[in-house]
Design a protein around this ligand. Structure first.
Ligand code: GDP
Length: 297
């Protein structure tokens, strides 16, 4: 997703062998390379600035031990700061509530919500042995309801029957009652998305959250949408009590900077990444250290 930054950084340090410390002078080019790489990857400018500042502060005066080259020392600092920026730990779903634990998915249309709902359902049934019920409250797009029904059938997870003639809140309430009656562990609620952030969508998501009291309210966002992803994340985070983020389409090779920006801008952990269209194998827990290594190439 990024050009090979490690290679570039090693290049800018090639003349520095034998120096005892990193200095403002000898990290200037390397910092510029990092800055360029992050901007090219669509990381938001304020995030890039803060990041460069953090790396500069740590690098200055850093001692270069005999076993490492200045380049290696610098690259390790960048790696550590990337991990710190994205959250040092792999944040798992927190479903420690009286069952059924509700997971509410919110995001724009096309972000991958419905696919992600099915991926999560499969993940929870297969990996965590949970009993899961899926439901769609997207009454504006009957096709979305059909899509979830079909995905549920494919993966063998029950989908609560909902109908476009019903109110989203009624569907959510009924699905929750059904999940309680059937002693399900988890209810995953797929919500309607629109093409752009709008008040009505936010109000509906807020009302749904009030009704189902989700253990996890996850913002689903397309990693390929670059700066738009950051702006959308800000709007959703301001309007809803998000608990985390799922970054979809992280298998695409461009604009992976969304992972950095969204975490920095919302402060909410990225819990999973979507890595393919297929429901099976298309979802992975987010590992900041792996993403940092991938960014460094
Ligand atoms: P929704 O409108 O938010 O419910 O989005 P959908 O679930 O219908 O997904 C929109 C499109 O994105 C579909 O073509 C999905 O197959 C695709 N998609 C979803 N997640 C991923 C992903 O992680 N990687 C890739 N490559 N495509 C994805």
């Amino acid at each position: 997703m990024f050009d090979n930054l490690t290679q570039k950084l090693s290049q800018s340090f090639r003349n520095l062998r034998g120096q005892g410390r990193l200095s403002e002078d000898n990290i200037r080019d390397a910092l510029r390379d990092v800055r360029m790489a992050l901007l090219e990857a669509d990381v938001a400018l304020p995030v890039v600035k803060d990041f460069i500042q953090a790396v500069r502060e740590r690098a200055l005066g850093e001692e270069v031990t005999r076993s490492l080259t200045p380049g290696q020392v610098f690259i390790k600092i960048v790696h550590d700061e990337l991990v710190a920026l994205m959250g040092a730990t792999n944040d798992r779903l927190d479903l420690q509530v009286r069952p059924p634990a509700v997971i509410l998915l919110a995001g724009l249309q096309g972000s991958g919500k419905t696919t992600t709902a099915a991926k999560l359902a499969l993940w929870l049934t297969e990996r965590e042995k949970k009993r899961v019920l899926l439901v769609s409250t997207d009454v504006y797009r009957p096709a979305a309801m059909d899509q979830l029904r079909n995905l549920g059938r494919d993966i063998g997870v029950e989908v609560f029957p909902s109908d476009p003639s019903q109110a989203p809140l009624t569907i959510a309430r009924d699905a929750l009652a059904e999940a309680q009656r059937k002693v399900m562990d988890v209810l995953i609620v797929d919500t309607a998305g629109r093409l752009h952030v709008d008040e009505e969508m936010m109000r509906e998501a807020k009302d749904l959250a009030a009704v189902v009291q989700p253990a996890e309210l996850l913002f689903v966002v397309d990693a390929m949408t670059g700066q738009d992803a950051v702006n959308t994340a800000k709007a959703f985070d301001a309007a809803l009590p998000l608990t985390g983020v799922i970054l979809t389409k992280a298998d695409g090779d461009a604009r992976g900077g969304a992972a950095l920006s969204i975490r920095a801008v919302t402060g909410k952990p990225i819990k999973f990444i979507g890595v393919g269209e297929k429901v099976r194998k298309g979802l992975e827990p987010f590992h900041p250290d792996r993403m940092a290594s991938r960014i460094l190439g």
